[in-house]
Design a protein around this ligand. Structure first.
Ligand SMILES: [Zn+2]
Length: 206
């Protein structure tokens, strides 16, 4: 897009995260130490060689128009719709829930099935994004943008299935107001829409 967003006036977007077993927000796509959104100074996008396109083999500053690297952010409404209609595009799909140890002695797949959150993230909240930015690519849902830098914003919605982590989430993300959901599954998304004064997105019936 040929322009950059200054760090002192970041764009506000929305993201979905999963929780680490210490209450830190993790990227849905990367539950390793690199996916923790608690880094002082924020997250910086890097282009992983394994994710580069054949047309873009050289190292480059992320995000690049022709690549699919970068930190994702969306507007809330398309994010909520995508979580209902195309959760696999957000990355909240059963093959992601295989991190042994994240849920202590419980198998995470079984745990998520039992809690009706097989396709749900743990946290949906605002993010502050700056630096270079480009539109989403390929399999990104409509309304996705890719940024060079980002940090957790001031609003976090915590799913009811992880309500007991609220204190830990507040500890790690002190600048954010944490809303703890009351409903499970897709009904939680309607709850968020209500709190954020969006039209209820039909289709989110459990
Ligand atoms: Zn790239």
């Amino acid at each position: 897009m040929g322009t950059t967003i200054p760090a002192n006036r970041p764009a506000i977007g929305w993201r979905a995260w999963v929780l680490g077993d210490d209450g830190r927000l993790l990227s849905v796509h990367d539950s390793s130490v690199h996916g923790r959104w608690t880094r002082p100074g924020g997250m910086a996008a890097t282009c992983m060689p394994s994710r580069r396109t054949p047309q873009m083999p050289e190292p480059h500053t992320s995000p690049d128009k022709t690549c699919h690297c970068g930190l994702r952010a969306m507007n809330l409404e398309p994010l909520l719709y995508a979580l209902v209609d195309q959760p696999e595009l957000i990355g909240t799909r059963p093959d992601r829930w295989t991190d042994p140890g994240r849920w202590a002695d419980l198998d995470e797949l079984e745990w998520r099935t039992r809690n009706n959150v097989l396709y749900m993230p743990d946290v949906i909240g605002t993010c502050e994004m700056w630096g270079r930015f480009e539109a989403g690519r390929w399999f990104d849902p409509d309304g996705t943008y890719r940024f060079q830098y980002g940090r957790v914003g001031k609003t976090l919605h915590l799913g009811a299935h992880v309500a007991s982590w609220a204190k830990a989430v507040k500890h790690w993300h002190r600048g954010a107001r944490v809303h703890v959901g009351r409903s499970l599954g897709a009904a939680w998304l309607d709850e968020i829409a209500t709190v954020e004064r969006l039209p209820s997105h039909t289709g989110a019936t459990p």
